[in-house]
Structures are given as structure tokens and as C-alpha cells.
Design a protein around this ligand. Structure first.
Ligand code: HSE
Length: 306
């Protein structure tokens, strides 16, 4: 008899990592969601969200990233039963740490296990991306790939995903205490349709060196490759004090600093990350914004049963 329920842990992630908009993602250690997913005889999907910030997360399955994934599974693989999913939020929502992606990836992993679906990595990522489509209006798969597979991921067209085992290094994420309704949609709406060739060349160079840095285990090169001339300048306006916070990170020893995913958090790599994080938090404070600092590292593990 197949299992009726499963408990899954799914890590947070940083998408884009500077130059790799909608392509790069890295899973984060010690920050993640826990999902309990149960198959039930009643059709449909019931979503229950728990945790201090549960109130800000929709439980309507069409607009909840985990609910949308499970509904997609019912629609495409099995419509005779239903799912109940209880999400214990560990990833702060709305901060650019892949909160919806972690829940979506956890739900996809759970459904794959419960229904014994034989999916390739790309098919699993495509399933998880249904959750991002529900909440962000675009099925980008950088966060969900990282949460699902762990490590450093590069996702291309048609969810063709490449995963690399990252070296271990310290990462600091500083999350300002600001909240935007439909933040990812807003952050995406700020982006231009056309970009300058010289800026595209810059990003291709940074992204190529970043992928090489991960493959070679060169943490300094990784830090120096955190540079983005396409997205960051547009999204900076969403984040009070952005340029000063970034400068504070670099002045206090970080090798690179940029926006974490769709923001408003910033992440930095290099130097003493506790010191860097303190300087960033102080710069936010000078801009009149409180913040929360997360000291973390890459997670080589993605979503898994616990
Ligand atoms: N790549 C996405 C973005 C990540 O930056 O819009 C946020 O979901």
C-alpha cells in the first residue's frame, strides 16, 4: 500500500545571485519550510499555514504556491482524491528568500513521493514552477529549482536545469522590515523589456564567471561575480537606502552584494559576514528601516522527507 502522508523539509533560496536573473538559484542552510501533505478521499486541496507570519499567506489553493502545485497534480495525474497540506513557514514571506518557491518545491516533492511519479529533474522543476506561476504571475523556476534540488542551479528554457554542488561559504541576508503587496509581481513590473548591449555583456561575463566559480570551488571569484547591471538598478528604487546598504557591505569587507531574488532583502558574500551584516543593518537603520539579519550557507540538500 502506498503512503498516505509525508512530512517534507524544503530550504529557502536566493535567486538571481546578481547576474543570473531568472536562471541562477542557490539553496540556503537552516532556513526552510516544513510541509505535511496528506492524501484524502475528498477531492480538492485544503491549505493550512502555520507560523508567526502565516496571516500574510493566502490559503486559497489557487493563490498559494503549494496549493497550486497540488491542484496541478490532481488535475494532471489523479483527480479522484484530494490533498491536505499543512505548511509550517520557516522562510520569511515577502523578503526575497524564495518563500513561495520553498513551499512549492516542498509540495512538488511530497506529491511526487506520494503518487510515486517518475519525473526527471526538469519535469519536477516544471511541476514546482506551477506554484510560482500562481503567486508571481510568471512560472520562473530559479527559486523552486534550488529548493527542490539543493545546491547551485541554473535553469534554462523548458525547465532544463543544471545543478552544481557548491563549495561551502558564508552568506549574509539582511531583510528590511518593509512589505509590498504582490511583491514579486511589483518587482518584475519594474524591469525593462529592452536592455543595453553593454549591460547585457556585463551580465553574461559576471554570470559565466559565477558558474565557473561554483564549478571550481572558488569562493572569492563567486563573490566578485555578484554584479548585475540589468535588474538591480531598476529594483533599487523598491528598497530604501539600497545603494548605501550595498556600499556598507562592500566597505566592511564583502566581495559582492546584491538584491536577494525579487527583494527587498540584500545578500552579501565574502569577508566576515557577521560584521558585514551588522554594517548593512546599520545602513538600513540610517535609512529609517529596521531589518533582520540571517547568517547562512549554501545547502547541498534540497527538499526531502523528514
Ligand atoms: N527571478 C525572480 C525575480 C525571483 O527576480 O523576479 C523572485 O521570485
Amino acid at each position: 500500500m502506498s503512503a498516505k502522508q509525508i512530512e517534507v523539509y524544503s530550504p529557502a533560496s536566493i535567486a538571481n545571485l546578481g547576474p543570473g536573473f531568472d536562471v541562477f538559484g542557490i539553496a540556503l542552510d537552516e532556513i526552510g519550510d516544513t510541509l505535511r501533505v496528506e492524501r484524502v478521499p475528498e477531492p480538492g486541496v485544503e491549505v493550512i499555514v502555520k507560523g508567526p507570519e502565516a496571516g500574510s499567506i493566502p490559503t486559497d489553493p489557487d493563490s498559494n504556491s503549494a496549493g497550486a502545485v497540488l491542484q496541478h497534480v490532481l488535475d494532471h495525474y489523479d483527480d479522484n482524491q484530494g490533498f491536505v497540506v499543512e505548511i509550517e513557514k520557516g522562510v520569511p514571506p515577502g523578503k526575497g528568500m524564495g518563500s513561495s518557491g520553498a513551499s512549492a518545491a516542498g509540495a512538488a516533492y511530497a506529491a511526487i513521493q506520494l503518487l510515486k511519479l517518475e519525473l526527471s529533474d526538469s519535469e519536477a522543476v516544471k511541476l514546482a514552477a506551477q506554484g510560482e506561476a500562481a503567486v508571481a504571475g510568471s512560472p520562473h523556476a530559479d527559486n523552486v529549482s534550488a529548493s527542490l534540488l539543493g545546491g547551485f542551479v541554473m535553469v534554462g528554457d523548458d525547465y532544463d536545469v543544471v545543478r552544481l554542488e557548491p563549495p561551502m561559504f558564508d552568506i549574509v541576508v539582511v531583510a528590511p522590515d518593509i512589505y509590498y503587496e504582490n511583491k514579486t509581481r511589483l518587482a518584475r513590473s519594474l524591469l525593462p523589456e529592452k536592455v543595453l548591449l553593454k549591460n547585457a555583456i556585463h551580465n553574461v561575463g559576471s554570470a559565466s564567471r559565477m558558474a565557473a566559480a561554483i564549478a571550481m570551488g572558488d569562493v572569492d571569484l563567486f563573490g566578485r561575480s555578484i554584479s548585475d547591471k540589468l535588474v538591480e538598478p531598476r529594483r533599487a528604487e523598491m528598497i530604501p537606502g539600497f545603494w548605501k546598504v550595498k556600499q556598507a557591505a562592500l566597505d566592511s569587507g564583502a566581495l559582492g552584494c546584491s538584491i536577494s531574488g525579487g527583494g527587498p532583502s540584500l545578500f552579501a558574500v565574502g569577508g566576515d559576514t557577521a560584521r558585514v551584516g551588522k554594517a548593512m543593518a546599520e545602513a538600513f537603520e540610517e535609512a529609517g528601516v529596521a531589518s533582520e539579519t540571517y547568517l547562512t550557507r549554501p545547502s547541498r540538500l534540497g527538499a526531502r522527507a523528514i
